[in-house]
Design a protein around this ligand. Structure first.
Ligand SMILES: [Fe+2]
Ligand SMILES: [Fe+2]
Length: 203
């Protein structure tokens, strides 16, 4: 979002009114084609910024000190294991970002990142992201008095095995302080490629 658009009110005579880079309506139903061309550009710019936003949120997870490794390292480790296992680019990006919604969605972090990445990834990877938390419970549920087999509610899904495998091979094992993870710079071009997409209006 353009900072100028946030600080200068629509129609402000001292602002950028008349500027081709600004929308001028007070109500959306009074907007012009030119206004909505600007709106489209703003959304396209937001898509362009999304890789940096997500990698920034991921980097913020390094502040966490309670886990054996911080959640940035956990994410890098998860993605590194997937990369070294020969997974495709989209899968590796999902592995990297799978926990990025933890701060925003402490009750449903899988749904948060699944929703963000839905326009960019396959149905299989979207389902895997959305449901990975309940599949992860398989490995620790007894310690919290919850059912480790809660994932069985999803046994009929075509993506059950994919999600169980993601958790077993990459997610649940990636709290190892001695693992040699790739740095973020290894994954940055993958993130940019997977998230490269032209904006389209809600339909
Ligand atoms: Fe998770
Ligand atoms: Fe995780």
């Amino acid at each position: 979002m353009a900072p100028e658009a946030e600080t200068a009110g629509a129609g402000d005579p001292t602002g950028a009114a008349g500027d081709a880079d600004k929308m001028h309506f007070r109500r959306m139903d009074e907007g012009t084609d030119a206004d909505f061309a600007v709106l489209a550009r703003v959304h396209e710019e937001n898509i362009r910024k999304l890789p940096d936003l997500l990698m920034g949120l991921l980097t913020d997870l390094s502040a966490d000190e309670a886990y054996p490794v911080d959640r940035l390292e956990h994410s890098l480790q998860t993605a590194t294991r997937a990369l070294r296992d020969g997974r495709d680019e989209e899968y590796v990006v999902c592995a990297l970002l799978h926990d990025v919604g933890e701060s925003l969605g402490p009750f449903n972090h899988g749904e948060v990142i699944a929703a963000v990445l839905r326009p960019f990834v396959s149905e299989a990877n979207h389902w895997m992201l959305e449901h990975h938390p309940v599949f992860q419970v398989y490995f620790y549920g007894t310690h919290l008095g919850i059912d480790p087999d809660a994932r069985e509610a999803y046994r009929s899904s075509p993506y059950f095995d994919r999600t169980a495998e993601f958790c077993a091979l990459y997610d649940e094992v990636s709290f190892d302080p001695d693992y040699d993870s790739e740095p973020m710079s290894t994954f940055e071009p993958l993130v940019r490629r997977v998230l490269a997409k032209t904006w389209t209006p809600p339909a």
